[in-house]
Design a protein around this ligand. Structure first.
Ligand code: NAD
Ligand code: ZN
Length: 342
């Protein structure tokens, strides 16, 4: 089969003919239809310090996908050839305290698809049934392809109640864009999106933002007056990984506010803890998605009118992966999809 591989340490990815995955008794084999490119894939392609530390080539990359089951392991009864499925990209241990208690998103022994095990940028991928989400009828395949990052957006957006609240979203990458639509769907009053890229600010407005602010031009507090905001934001979603954005968010929170942290900074961030203490702020880290409550919520929100399609801006055939990665790398894009059926 063809797969997109990091063949050896160093920059770049190669489309290679590789052996088909070996199917374990509890696994399903999936013919991949569509995949989404994640920032993680860009890091692995570029071979930055994180990738050099984490990836052991040769490795098939990619974890955002939708496909059709073509074969099931001998122990599998609940999944069948023809099922349209996506994969939860975190393969957990199943034996630790959190896994046993059903809090699998908190497993400390998580193995990442396309990171620590061979991934989904391939014609076929195998995964244990514990990591398979069987899509409900009527879910669009392109949306299904990005359920994994959509799950990050939903898990973060719903970390704190947003009904009637004023919400700040820092960073309008694909995740911040999807979160904007989710927070709007969930009944926020105002949504202020902070994003230096003009193309992404436009997309944020299409996703339901009240205002999209360029942090290089305008201080967040300057938005308050026009929005009848008195003290600051009730909830903030940190989706940029940027130190200045986090500091600006803390400075613009109302007392008692809550910040969900999804963005992954490249290094340490120095914060004045006084701001957190005296405002009685809650800061909560978010990693991945809840298995499978977030997946359920994504599905029912789509059924009840949530529309995240404007967040998908570019589509390529998998053979044009270099163009697809270039589109994802340069800032003027939302989510980039690759089609593996051509
Ligand atoms: P992205 O890099 O496409 O988006 C980040 C956005 O932040 C960019 O549009 C960038 O222009 C913007 N930004 C830069 N400086 C800013 C500033 N000062 N103020 C406001 N915005 C600023 O990333 P993405 O794919 O949308 O993911 C969002 C973040 O979440 C990334 O940091 C990513 O690494 C992280 N992530 C975390 C998890 C997790 O499980 N915790 C999973 C996936 C992604
Ligand atoms: Zn575990």
């Amino acid at each position: 089969m063809l797969a997109l591989v990091k063949p050896r340490p160093g920059p770049g990815l190669v489309l290679q003919d590789v052996p088909e995955p070996v199917l374990g008794i509890n696994d399903v084999l999936i013919r991949v239809h569509k995949t989404g490119i994640c920032g993680t894939d860009l890091h692995i392609d570029a071979w930055d310090a994180w990738a050099a530390r984490t990836i052991h080539p040769p490795r098939i990359v990619g974890h955002e996908f939708v496909g059709e089951i073509v074969e099931v392991g001998s122990n599998v009864a609940d999944f069948h050839p023809g099922d349209l499925v996506s994969g939860e990209g975190h393969v957990v241990c199943g034996r630790c305290r959190h896994c046993l208690a059903g809090r699998r998103h908190l497993c400390a022994n998580t193995i990442g698809l396309g990171v620590e095990r061979d991934g989904a940028f391939a014609e076929l991928v195998a995964l244990p049934i514990t990591n398979i989400w069987h899509h409900w009828p009527g879910i669009d395949e392109e949306i299904a392809a990005i359920f994994d990052p959509f799950g990050n957006a939903v898990h973060t957006a719903l970390a704190f109640p947003v009904l009637g609240e004023d919400v700040l979203i820092s960073g309008a990458g694909p995740t911040g864009l999807m979160a904007t639509a989710v927070v709007r769907h969930a009944g926020a009053r105002h949504i202020v999106v902070n994003e230096p890229n003009a193309y992404r600010r436009d997309l944020a407005m299409r996703m339901g933002a009240t205002v999209a602010v360029d942090p290089l031009e305008r201080d967040l507090r300057q938005t308050f007056e026009g929005l009848d905001m008195v003290e600051g934001f009730d909830v903030a979603l940190e989706m940029s990984g940027n130190a200045a954005a986090l500091k600006a968010a803390i400075g613009a929170m109302a007392h008692g506010g809550a910040i969900a942290l999804l963005g992954i900074p490249v290094g340490e961030i120095a914060l004045d803890v006084n701001d957190i203490v005296f405002k009685s702020l809650t800061l909560r880290g978010i990693y991945g998605r809840e298995m499978y409550e977030t997946w359920y919520k994504m599905t029912v929100m789509l059924q009840s009118g949530l529309d995240i399609r404007p967040a998908i801006t570019h589509r390529f055939e998998f053979r044009d992966f270099e163009a697809a990665f270039a589109a994802a790398r340069q800032g003027d894009s939302g989510k980039v999809i690759m089609d593996w059926t051509t």
